[in-house]
Write a protein of this length. Structure first.
Length: 293
């Protein structure tokens, strides 16, 4: 299918009725539904579907810079580019596609990148929907140039919630974090699961490979598993920042939380010919914690 700008979208479905929609604009996942048809990712009612900006919601790919601590545009350029579908993508290390519906996308440097980011790269993204409805995103960055380069990366993931003040985030207890992305001062999280009552924008460092977001009202738990992504960025703009964003409703901060598997604090460096892989897997289940898996 195509969006309002004529840009292709790919719809993945599983036999039970779950689905995911991926846009070639940014390689962004713009919808993920369970087998009851319930939307699991937040999208703003004021989202602007207009090139070259990313839509406010879903899961966007932040590369080669996460956030604004660098010389590039906020969250890097990958989410603002048109990707292509790759029919014959090189196989993944664990290329298990049984029972999965998937699409392979590719981004290479365009006309502008040699100026703002002069590196030879290939960025591949596989989005797959499993028979149990789990959504997986696997990104691979390859250095196809003669010189090393470094980057940060993030899956900017907007989870849809019933009420932010009723939500708990488990798995980040006792970790060190940077408060606000570019700040270098470290703090240490307390022993309890995170709850939310004001703006938050933090990078949790050296995080476990599984965290969970519990939405009590909906009796739904999002289980987020990741590999190759040491950090977790947690973001909610709360009241004041929400009002300042043109593509975000004033009250919408109550219905979302961004929990981003990311590599922010330490840049990833690739020598010529090297490849890096970062995986994210999301499950939305009626149970309670990662140990249930
Ligand atoms: C978060 C960042 O991931 O995304 C925040 O930590 C940022 O600093 C937020 O403000 C939203 O970013 P954007 O570019 O999608 O508006």
């Amino acid at each position: 299918t195509k969006d309002w700008n004529g840009i292709d979208q790919v719809v993945l479905r599983n036999p039970q009725g779950a689905s995911a929609r991926v846009s070639l604009h940014g390689g962004q996942v713009i919808s993920w539904r369970n087998d009851l048809g319930e939307e699991l990712l937040f999208s703003s009612s004021k989202a602007i579907f207009k090139s070259p900006k990313a839509m406010r919601g879903g899961i966007s790919i932040c590369f080669p810079q996460f956030g604004n601590c660098g010389s590039l545009e906020q969250q890097g350029f990958a989410r603002n580019k048109i990707w292509t579908i790759e029919d014959d993508a090189p196989p993944l290390l664990n290329n298990d596609i049984r029972g999965k519906s998937f699409v392979d996308l590719l981004l290479k440097p365009g006309k502008e990148e040699p100026k703002c980011w002069p590196h030879g790269f290939e960025l591949r993204l596989r989005v797959s929907l499993a028979s149990d409805g789990n959504l997986a995103l696997i990104s691979r960055v390859r250095n196809i140039n003669g010189k090393p380069f470094s980057f940060s990366f993030g899956y900017h993931t907007y989870l849809s919630l019933s009420d932010i003040s009723e939500v708990r985030l488990e798995g980040l207890e006792t970790l060190d974090y940077l408060d606000n992305l570019c700040q270098r001062e470290r703090f240490t999280e307390q022993g309890d699961a995170l709850t939310f009552e004001s703006e938050v924008d933090r990078v949790y460092l050296s995080s476990p490979n599984c965290v969970a977001v519990l939405d009590h009202e909906r009796k739904r738990t999002y289980v987020i598993r990741k590999e190759g992504l040491p950090d977790v960025v947690v973001w909610n703009p709360w009241e004041k920042k929400s009002r300042a964003m043109a593509d975000f409703g004033d009250e919408e901060y109550k219905q979302m939380l961004c929990v981003d598997g990311a590599a922010v604090e330490k840049l990833i460096t690739l020598k010529p010919g090297e490849e890096w892989t970062g995986r994210l897997e999301l499950a939305a289940v009626p149970s309670s914690f990662c140990s249930d898996y």
